[in-house]
Design a protein around this ligand. Structure first.
Ligand SMILES: [Zn+2]
Ligand SMILES: [Zn+2]
Length: 241
């Protein structure tokens, strides 16, 4: 009796879910089977794991060899941040989920994605600074995904979100197709700090880190404004190309 009512609950839940989210999982095409991270199915969601392979000690770029401590980019151009704590690789179900959050407006994915960040252990900090988007992007998208992720980490770590500290002053052309030097030039002086900082240690949070041009520019801007130290926290790091 008990079992059958539980079964009835489940099928009612599934029916309700298919009404609300008639979509298939974008990774494997099976029907979505849970509200928590729909439209991604359970199997695909559970395929998202923390990257534990060799990575640069400074910027967390995945490395081919475990014998190299730092990547060529960090050796040539030491970054302004102290280190990067990254969760996974920007591939498979994780990249699909971030894409859905960012470009398809599936806001509810911020909570389960943000939960991955709570598996990282950032140093004690005065605040979490979300990488900002420009006013135009904010109007078009309706939210800043790094702010949503920051709130999840903030609640878990008991560190406040410094929401309006760092702003993006102007819209910059997309970084796609640009090399590292062009990316840096594209972003130069596009961020600003509101107010003064007094040697605080900050956590800078971004969703995806590709070449690192964005977090480099943000960290540089924060340190120029008086921050003592910046540690970057990211959800996904692009695999080496
Ligand atoms: Zn799936
Ligand atoms: Zn590096």
């Amino acid at each position: 009796m008990r079992r059958s009512s539980r079964h009835a609950d489940r099928s009612l839940g599934a029916a309700l879910l298919s009404l609300l989210y008639p979509s298939a999982c974008p990774v494997c095409n099976n029907p979505s089977d849970t509200l928590r991270h729909a439209p991604l199915c359970r199997v695909c969601w559970e395929s998202i794991t923390k990257y534990e392979g060799p990575s640069c000690a400074r910027c967390a770029a995945p490395l081919v060899s475990e014998y190299a401590a730092e990547c060529g980019e960090c050796l040539q151009r030491p970054p302004p941040f102290t280190g990067v704590l990254n969760f996974g690789l920007y591939a498979g179900a994780l990249s699909e989920a971030i894409h859905l959050l960012k470009f398809s407006g599936v806001r509810r994915l911020a909570r389960p994605l943000g939960a991955f960040l709570t598996e990282l252990t950032p140093p004690a900090a005065a605040g979490i600074v979300p990488v900002p988007v420009s006013g135009r992007t904010l109007r078009e998208r309706g939210f800043n995904q790094t702010l949503l992720l920051s709130r999840v980490l903030s609640r878990a770590a008991g560190v406040p979100v410094m929401m309006d500290l760092l702003i993006k002053k102007r819209e910059t052309p997309p970084q796609i197709g640009l090399n590292a030097r062009e990316r840096a030039a594209n972003l130069r002086d596009s961020f600003a700090v509101r107010g003064k900082l007094h040697k605080q240690r900050l956590v800078l949070l971004d969703d995806v880190m590709t070449t690192g041009a964005t977090v480099r520019e943000c960290a540089k801007t924060l340190i120029k404004a008086g921050a003592g130290e910046v540690t970057v926290v990211t959800l996904a790091r692009s695999p080496l190309t």
